[in-house]
Design a protein around this ligand. Structure first.
Ligand SMILES: [Fe+2]
Length: 228
């Protein structure tokens, strides 16, 4: 739909049926909306007969089974045409980007790689460059460690889109740490690791906000609450 449009302005595009759990970004370019998302190659896994109800969900949540791939969608608002193409062969999901680029053209995303075990876990980061349309860096965690979505935190006064840090929960079944990488040198490994006092369940999301922005929002909320 057009920006600030109403329900009647919704335009439908037809794509190949799939299921998308997480998206990367979407923005307007010429007559098109371009969107990047993780399309599942196997969105309806076959579950063996007799599988207990509680375990059925594991088939739909296991990235190793649903096989998400980074996909480019183009929706032409003038012609009504839609096209899609898989742009990378790695099985990955839970992408993070520099949130200053949400809704505008971004160059990088940091995608969480899927290991060869059937579970809802990630074992590394793939840095993907949308200008070169290929992976330009990657880091694989030590054996037995799993991570969640990498969150991008810009360096103070940063200019480049990837001038900053990637932050992610990393852990196993017992304990959780926070790893911090230099987003320009992901393959060099974490530059800091922080042990958390609490185990964090897998599948959690997080967000990086600048302290000044958060304080400003808190003050705005407070003013709205006390407004007559
Ligand atoms: Fe999610």
């Amino acid at each position: 739909m057009t920006r600030y449009g109403k329900g009647a302005d919704v335009v439908w595009f037809e794509c190949e049926p799939t299921y998308i759990l997480h998206t990367v970004n979407a923005y307007e370019e010429d007559d098109c909306i371009i969107a990047y998302a993780y399309k599942q190659l196997n969105p309806l896994p076959s579950v063996p007969a007799g599988t207990s109800r509680v375990k059925i969900q594991n088939y739909f949540l296991s990235y190793h089974i649903t096989q998400p791939r980074l996909t480019e969608y183009r929706f032409n608002l003038k012609t009504g045409e839609a096209s899609e193409r898989i742009i990378n062969g790695s099985c990955a999901e839970s992408p993070g980007i520099n949130s200053a680029y949400l809704g505008i053209k971004n160059r990088y995303s940091y995608n969480a790689l899927v290991p060869e075990i059937p579970f809802f876990l990630h074992n590394g980061i793939q840095k993907f460059d949308y200008q070169k349309m290929r992976e330009t860096d990657r880091y694989i965690l030590p054996e037995g460690k799993f991570m969640q979505q990498p969150v991008f935190a810009p360096r103070a006064d940063s200019k480049d889109e990837d001038d900053g840090y990637l932050i992610a929960y990393v852990g196993d079944k017992k304990e959780t740490e926070v790893y911090i990488w230099d987003a320009k040198k992901v393959s060099e490994g974490p530059i800091a690791r922080v042990q958390l006092p609490q185990w964090v369940p897998f599948g959690s999301h997080a967000y990086w906000g600048r302290g000044s922005d958060i304080r400003e929002a808190q003050e705005r909320n407070q003013r709205n609450k006390t407004a007559p």
